[in-house]
Design a protein around this ligand. Structure first.
Ligand code: PLP
Length: 295
């Protein structure tokens, strides 16, 4: 089967008083519109992994994630669409939630594992699937050089010039891919990475391992709101206002933090007047269902 999706990810301008007063223009790359479940950057990261799996005649995708992982869900949906079998190894004790329900509905087998064993993913793969010659290892979050390669293609879809691109980071694969794409196609565009983890300085190493050549991108580490999947009332308020005033849904784990960072950096005058800024909407909207009680 041909592993491809027609990419529908338009660039849309959004408007706000703040942008006017700071004389910047803000656009959103709607990767959330690529597919409802194989969302945004997750499709870009999976594309070349699935092609590699197919080239190696491996029909069983084995991957890893937390119980709310967008990557698990994207892998489940992509496996169903392109005719693979899929297993998700889930961190922590057995639970049920909307994400895992959708994973199972797409035929993904789930294996729950304690947090200690979860740390060593190659060992888990070996333990469960060492004897399965069909099994293909996909790291947590799709982190890989193939993942970065898929993400770099985002840059080739842009038909206007941007002074800045800003994007949320989990594994850093998406950031690395976009930076690689920029170096090739738009070397004047500056890249701004927003880690969603506490102490996000470590993200530099994570990004750098997939870069094809060194880059002077910016890391904005002050927008984690307490850490991964942590939130604060001001982030929730921001998400309400942003979504209600733009019609673009964002969520608290990734895109909410990235847009909050963008507004704050604009407010602080971090972008020169006249700047054209592109924010990457990396999708992952189902994640908001796991955070309903915060709203
Ligand atoms: C997974 C995810 C990210 C993080 O992407 P990385 O390539 O792991 O850095 C960002 N945004 C959303 C919505 C995601 O689901």
């Amino acid at each position: 089967m041909d592993i491809s999706l027609e990419i529908f990810s338009p660039v849309q301008q959004i408007h706000h008083e703040l942008f006017k007063s700071r004389e910047v223009e803000v656009f959103v790359k709607r990767d959330d519109m690529i597919h409802p479940l194989i969302s945004g950057n997750k499709w870009r990261k999976l594309k070349y992994l699935l092609k590699k799996s197919q080239a190696e005649n491996k029909s069983h995708l084995v991957t890893f994630g937390g119980a709310f992982s967008n990557h698990l869900l994207a892998t489940a949906a992509a496996a169903a669409k392109f005719g693979f079998k899929a297993t998700g190894i889930v961190r922590g004790e057995e639970v049920e939630n909307d994400t895992l329900f959708l994973c199972k509905l797409h035929g993904m087998q789930l294996l729950f594992t304690d947090r200690d064993s979860y740390r060593d993913k190659p060992a888990l793969f070996e333990k469960y699937f060492g004897c399965d010659s069909d099994a293909f290892f996909i790291d947590e979050g799709g982190a890989s050089a193939e993942g970065a390669q898929g993400c770099s293609e985002l840059v080739t879809e842009l038909d206007q010039h941007f002074d800045h691109i800003i994007c949320a980071c989990g594994t850093g694969t998406t950031a690395a891919g976009i930076i690689n794409g920029l170096q090739q196609h738009a070397p004047d565009t500056r890249f701004n990475a927003v880690p969603v983890f506490k102490n996000g300085e470590f993200m530099r190493e994570e990004i750098d391992r997939f870069l094809l050549s060194p880059s002077g991108y910016q890391l904005h580490t002050d927008y984690h709101f307490g850490g991964y999947s942590k939130t604060k009332p001001e982030l929730i308020d921001f998400i309400r206002q942003f979504t209600a005033s733009t019609g673009i849904l964002i969520e608290p784990i990734y895109t909410g933090k990235m847009f909050y960072a963008l507004f704050d950096l604009i407010e602080k005058g971090q972008f020169k007047p006249g700047s054209r800024i592109l924010a990457i909407h990396t999708g992952g909207l189902w994640g908001i269902l796991g955070m309903r009680d915060k709203f």
